[in-house]
Design a protein around this ligand. Structure first.
Ligand code: SAM
Length: 251
């Protein structure tokens, strides 16, 4: 079951538990016993559904916060505004399970050192706000860069940030799996564990032998990297790199 559906089922299970207990007369009066029962029920259901551990505190806090927020008496437009802002930034993260977080400066510098000598073509798949590409373009003016980003919010920020570099950086709003990767010497991915097997299949099927797939942090299941670069920053970033083999068959 996809995580977003699990979350919905857990919340509904929490409400069912609260409703049944309230009907049996076992709950005290007022809204808070009901809310506490819902929260505990939802958390228990999420646990039973084997949701990732970080979902549990979210379920425990969700309904109490919703009820507490009502006391603030904010105009409903604020909630709609916050929802739209989050939607523009995270877009299909509930499906792709790849949220927005950005590579830092030290990582950009380490990646720039990995690029081949001479003019190379580099693609950032899931390029966020384009901040990494902007740094790379400054560090390696002899290379050409491209970024694909699906979420409209980061893509729009990237369009503004990269407007002056349109000759060196191609910036597109697209799904990273729908664009060809064959033209690039280096493909850089900072995604999540979830799509990495698919990333490898696409890289092995499309990228030229000898070109490089670099993943910030996330491993490809069952495939050791050809080499690893320790960035040496505070979050102990590791760049994992795979050289595309001559054989085209994905392994
Ligand atoms: C962790 S961020 C990395 C941003 C940037 N590459 C960096 O290193 O600073 C991952 C980005 O991938 C985007 N993303 C996730 N799935 C995608 C897809 N299928 N196609 C394009 N972009 C995607 C997300 O919206 C998010 O902005």
């Amino acid at each position: 079951m996809p995580p977003a559906l699990k979350a919905l089922v857990a919340q509904l299970a929490g409400w069912l538990a609260a409703f049944l207990l309230a009907r049996s007369g076992a709950l005290g009066s007022g809204i808070w016993p009901l809310v506490a029962t819902q929260a505990i029920g939802a958390t228990g259901a999420a646990f039973a559904l084997r949701s990732a551990r970080w979902w549990l505190p979210l379920h425990l806090a969700f309904m109490p916060l919703v009820v507490a927020a009502r006391a603030l008496d904010l105009p409903p437009g604020w909630y709609l505004g916050a929802f739209i802002a989050l939607l523009l930034v995270y877009w299909t993260s509930f499906r792709t399970q790849v949220p927005l977080y950005l590579s830092n400066r030290a990582t950009a510098e380490a990646l720039a050192r990995l690029l081949p000598q001479g003019p190379a073509r580099v693609l950032d798949v899931g390029a966020g706000t384009g901040s990494l590409l902007r740094r790379l373009a400054t560090l390696r003016p002899d290379c050409r860069f491209a970024g694909v980003e699906l979420a409209p919010g980061p893509w729009l920020v990237g369009s503004l940030l990269l407007a002056r570099r349109s000759r060196q950086v191609e910036w597109r709003r697209a799904d990273l799996f729908s664009v060809p990767w064959a033209d690039y010497d280096v493909v850089y991915a900072f995604l999540s564990p979830v799509p990495m097997a698919t990333v490898w299949r696409k890289a092995a099927a499309e990228m030229r032998p000898g070109s490089l797939l670099v993943s910030n942090t996330f491993e490809i299941p069952g495939r050791n990297p050809d080499f690893v670069v320790e960035v040496g920053d505070r979050r102990a970033t590791r760049l994992l790199a795979w050289r595309i083999p001559a054989s085209r068959a994905p392994k």
